[in-house]
Design a protein around this ligand. Structure first.
Ligand SMILES: Nc1ncnc2c1ncn2[C@@H]1O[C@H](COP(=O)(O)OP(=O)(O)OP(=O)(O)O)[C@@H](O)[C@H]1O
Length: 431
């Protein structure tokens, strides 16, 4: 399909080909291409003209919105044709947008209204917006929500809100499928409804891992364009019950203590993450542990019995590339890191390398690295108690950092199970 249109004051030859819209000045050969997969929408304007809105690559891995308007008799025909071509089945039409007004700098509602809403409207997306009033409300909502009415869930907040919604969705899918999800052996059924993240939190790590930027417009455009990346989850179980699902980081010991201490200083805002961990590291605790893990290649269970500062897993795996640790979505297993007793100086050096994503951050004689499908951690010296309200607990407190949330152990043993490609995220991670 080809036609001559006016853009600005010049005549252009405009073509709709197999995969793109292309246009060139009438007497020239240099051609601009707009692939259908990048087109957000095509609007027919009043005076025989049509405007194509599309996403283009900008600085770094950012995306931005651009538009081009053509005037000509065949405007309606072209607009109709282009609209039929961009009707991609992966693109969401109806989205449940969940906003945490207390995320990060408390600007989530503003960010959605000022930067996302119009882009969604322009692209013909019908959002149903829910602003949460309290923690766990989103998770609860997803247990009852009619999921058949939406093509995706969008979280406007930080990693914590994403993980709460991810947990809610995974749980709901298991309930609907009749999976006995409390059992660590349960085969978790993947969710088919994708999740998109609009960054408005304090860390926003998942978004940055996914899109390479924390830019809100980029995140919104990825959601609209509908491409997907598979992501893994890890289930945490205690005493035959599911405690949580994790989608980012699971850190028992030091990372748990750091998060526990940081939570006490929530009023400080995101700065707390720069200050509080210093004190926690100075008071680092060592734990007597039995760690059993199932190797992902042989499926054989092995055991380590040692005094450790931490047992950690990055659910979004990190792999070395160009001397840095880079995130890898949908990896085939998880890496388990067990940090044994070591000098304070060596430990601090290693933690700084982890913080700076240095490729060598786990290459230390006191860090054991294993590629696993599952692991069990048992505190050999912890004593169980029954609290005043009859709930099980431990005399001393032990914490897991589960995606930035604190889990207080209620039993002296927990088990983590890897579940591959259970979640789809809107966006396209670098491979
Ligand atoms: N209305 C609310 N008020 C208070 N807390 C909420 C509310 N809605 C959700 N939450 C909880 O707040 C926690 C943190 O939220 P979120 O991740 O959005 O922000 P953040 O902690 O500032 O960002 P990040 O996780 O990136 O550091 C989540 O666990 C979420 O469950």
């Amino acid at each position: 399909m080809e036609g001559v249109f006016v853009k600005g004051k010049e005549e252009f030859v405009v073509s709709v080909t197999n995969k793109s819209l292309s246009y060139r000045l009438k007497d020239e050969i240099e051609t601009c291409f707009v692939p259908f997969e990048d087109i957000l929408s095509v609007k027919l304007d009043e005076e025989s003209s049509f405007t194509v809105y599309f996403a283009v690559a900008s600085k770094g891995r950012k995306l931005k919105k651009e538009s081009v308007t053509f005037y000509g008799e065949k405007a309606e025909k072209f607009a109709l044709e282009l609209n039929s071509r961009i009707n991609n089945k992966n693109r969401p039409k109806k989205l449940l947008v969940i906003i945490n007004p207390n995320s990060g700098q408390r600007k989530a509602e503003k960010i959605y209204k000022n930067k996302v809403k119009r882009l969604f409207e322009l692209s013909g997306i019908e959002p149903v917006v829910k602003v949460t009033q309290a923690p766990k409300e989103a998770k609860q909502m997803l247990q009852e929500y009619d999921l058949s009415t939406i093509d995706g869930i969008v979280t406007v907040g930080g990693d914590g809100l994403y993980c709460e919604c991810m947990t809610g969705l995974v749980l709901r899918v298991q309930k609907d499928a009749g999976v006995k999800y409390n059992s660590p052996e349960a085969k978790v059924v993947p969710a088919t409804i994708p999740i998109g993240i609009i960054p408005a939190g304090s860390g926003d790590y998942i978004v940055q891992y996914l899109h390479g930027t924390r830019d809100v417009t980029t995140a919104a455009l990825h959601i609209i364009l509908g491409k997907r990346t598979n992501a893994n989850v890890v289930g945490v179980h205690q005493d035959g019950e599911l405690t949580a699902y994790s989608g980012l980081l699971l850190g028992f010991g030091l990372f748990g203590d750091i998060m526990y201490d940081c939570e006490k200083f929530r009023w400080m805002g995101p700065t707390r993450y720069n200050i509080i961990p210093v004190g926690t590291v100075l008071r680092r605790r060592a734990f007597d542990l039995d760690v059993e893990y199932q190797l992902s290649d042989t499926k054989e269970w092995q055991k380590v019995d040692d005094t450790m500062y931490g047992v950690d897993t990055y659910v979004i795996t990190r792999t070395p590339k160009d001397r840095k640790m880079v995130p890898k979505f949908g990896d085939e297993a998880i890496n388990l890191y067990m940090t044994s007793k070591c000098s304070f100086a060596k430990h601090v050096k290693q933690l700084a390398q982890v913080q700076d994503h240095k490729a060598e951050c786990f290459d230390h004689e006191f860090v054991k690295e294993r590629r696993v499908d599952a692991y069990k951690v048992r505190l050999t010296r912890a004593s169980s108690i029954i609290s005043d309200n009859g709930e099980p607990g431990l005399e001393e407190k032990y914490y897991i950092n589960c995606d930035g949330e604190v889990i207080t152990l209620t039993h002296p043993e927990f088990e983590a199970r890897f579940h591959r490609n259970v979640i789809q995220l809107f966006g396209q991670a670098e491979v």
